[in-house]
Design a protein around this ligand. Structure first.
Ligand code: GDP
Length: 369
C-alpha cells in the first residue's frame, strides 16, 4: 500500500500527479524528502524560500467549506475583485460567511483605467452589483496589485485591523490575489523573515497564514476557478488577447443608426435608434473592432466568425455559442460594461442592441470617464 505523507507547511497530503492541486511535490523532490523524512509541498516551499505565493485551485464545495472557517474567527474579510470582470469575480455564497464581520472589497486592476476615470462612479457601480448579490461592503478600495504605491489605503486598513483581527483575503482565481499577497509579503516580509519564522503550525489545509503580529495574521484562502463565461469558450491565448493588460486607448466611431460594431467575434453592438452619435470603446488593443451595416451584420458574422472576427479562433468558432441580444436604452452620460471585455460610452441618448454569448454580463452604469 502507498504511504501517505503530509506537508509540514499546510498539512496537505503530498502527491506528485497534479501541480494545480494541493500538496503537489514533483517526484524528484519527493525522493529527497523521503531521505530527510519531512516534506514541504511545492507551494509551501516557494512561500518559505522565495516569499512567493502560488495559485491553487480547489473544487467549489471545498472552497466554501474553507470559507465557513471565517464565520468562527474574528475576521476582517477583504474580497479581491477584477474590475473588468466583476460578475465573473463574485464568490457566490460569500455573504453567508460574512455575517457581522467587517467586510471590504478591493477592486483590482485599476491601473488599466485611464487616469481621468472617476473613482466614485466606479465604486458606485461596483456597490450596485455587489448589493444585487447580497454583498454590502463597508468600503470599496480601488487599486492595483501590480503597483505597490497604489496600495496605501489597503495597507492602512490592514494595519488598523491587524491588532484585533485576522485578515482574510478571498477571491476567485485570476483577479490578482496572488499578486496582491506577494506585494503584502514583500511589504511586510522584507528579506523573507515573516515566512521563515513561521512554520505555519496548525495551519488548516490551503489557508496560508502570514503572521504580522504574534497573535494575528493575514490569511490567504485558496481560489476557485474564475467564472468569466467567456473563458469557458475560449483558449487562454484568446482570453489573453481580449483581457486588457495595458491601459486602454479609447477608440471612437461616429455612427448613424443602422450601423453595427463587432467586438472581434465575441460581441456586437447595433445602433438601433438615435441621432448621429460618437461611440467610444474601451477594450484591449488586441480586440479588433469592425464597423458594418446593421442589415448585413448577421450574414457578416456567419461568414467571418473565426476569421476576420477573431477570437474565437477558427478551431474555436464551431463550439462558440451564438450571441444573444439585449436591448438597451442609454442616456448620454452612461456606459455599457461587458464583463471580461471592457465598455463603451455614447455622447447622445440612443437605443442599442448588445450581443454577447449567453452568461456574459452586460451592465449599464453612469459614465466613469
Ligand atoms: P490570482 O489567480 O487571483 O491569484 O491572480 P494572479 O495574481 O495570478 O493574477 C492574474 C492575472 O492578472 C495575471 O496575469 C496578473 O499579471 C494580472 N494582474 C494582477 N494584478 C494586476 C493589476 O493590478 N493590474 C493589472 N493590469 N493586471 C494584474
Amino acid at each position: 500500500t502507498e504511504e501517505h505523507y503530509q506537508c509540514i507547511g499546510c498539512g496537505a497530503t503530498i502527491q506528485s500527479q497534479d501541480p494545480e492541486q494541493a500538496g503537489y511535490l514533483p517526484a524528484s523532490a519527493l525522493a529527497k524528502g523521503l531521505e530527510k523524512g519531512q516534506f514541504y509541498c511545492q507551494r509551501c516551499f516557494k512561500l518559505r524560500h522565495y516569499n512567493e505565493l502560488q495559485d491553487l485551485q480547489i473544487p467549489d464545495q471545498v472552497f466554501l467549506d474553507k470559507l465557513s472557517e471565517i464565520a468562527h474567527d474574528d475576521a476582517l474579510i477583504i474580497n479581491v475583485l477584477d474590475i473588468f470582470d466583476v460578475e465573473g469575480s463574485l464568490i457566490h455564497g460569500l455573504a453567508r460567511f460574512i455575517g457581522n464581520q467587517p467586510f471590504v472589497v478591493f477592486g483590482n486592476k485599476f491601473d488599466l483605467l485611464p487616469k481621468v476615470t472617476r473613482q466614485n462612479r466606479v465604486k458606485h457601480w461596483l456597490k450596485g452589483i455587489l448589493a444585487d448579490n447580497g454583498l454590502f461592503p463597508q468600503d470599496i478600495i480601488l487599486g492595483s496589485a501590480h503597483k505597490g504605491h497604489t496600495l496605501t489605503e489597503l495597507l492602512e486598513l490592514i494595519e488598523a485591523n491587524i491588532h484585533d483581527r485576522n485578515i482574510y483575503i478571498v477571491g476567485v482565481t485570476n483577479v490578482g490575489k496572488s499578486t496582491l499577497i506577494n506585494q503584502l509579503l514583500a511589504h511586510y516580509g522584507g528579506e523573507g523573515q515573516i515566512i521563515t519564522t513561521s512554520n505555519h503550525p496548525g495551519t488548516t489545509l490551503d489557508m496560508i497564514h502570514i503572521p504580522l503580529t504574534p497573535d494575528h495574521a493575514i490569511i490567504d484562502t485558496p481560489g476557485i476557478i474564475h467564472r468569466t463565461q467567456l473563458a469557458h469558450y475560449l483558449s487562454r491565448e484568446a482570453m489573453r488577447k481580449l483581457l486588457p493588460s495595458k491601459p486602454f486607448k479609447p477608440m471612437t466611431f461616429q455612427l448613424n443608426a443602422g450601423q453595427t460594431i463587432f467586438l472581434a467575434g465575441v460581441g456586437r453592438v447595433d445602433f438601433q435608434k438615435g441621432e448621429r452619435t460618437s461611440f467610444t470603446y474601451y477594450v484591449s488593443k488586441d480586440c479588433y473592432l469592425h464597423r458594418t451595416k446593421l442589415d448585413k451584420a448577421d450574414a457578416f458574422y456567419a461568414q467571418h466568425k473565426g476569421g476576420l472576427l477573431s477570437p474565437p479562433s477558427e478551431e474555436e468558432a464551431a463550439g462558440f455559442p451564438d450571441l444573444v441580444a439585449k436591448e438597451l436604452t442609454l442616456s448620454q452620460d452612461q456606459d455599457v460594461a461587458i464583463s471580461g471585455l471592457g465598455w463603451f460610452s455614447v455622447n447622445r441618448p440612443v437605443r442599442v442592441t448588445v450581443w454577447v454569448p449567453k452568461g456574459v454580463a452586460v451592465t449599464v452604469r453612469d459614465a466613469i470617464i
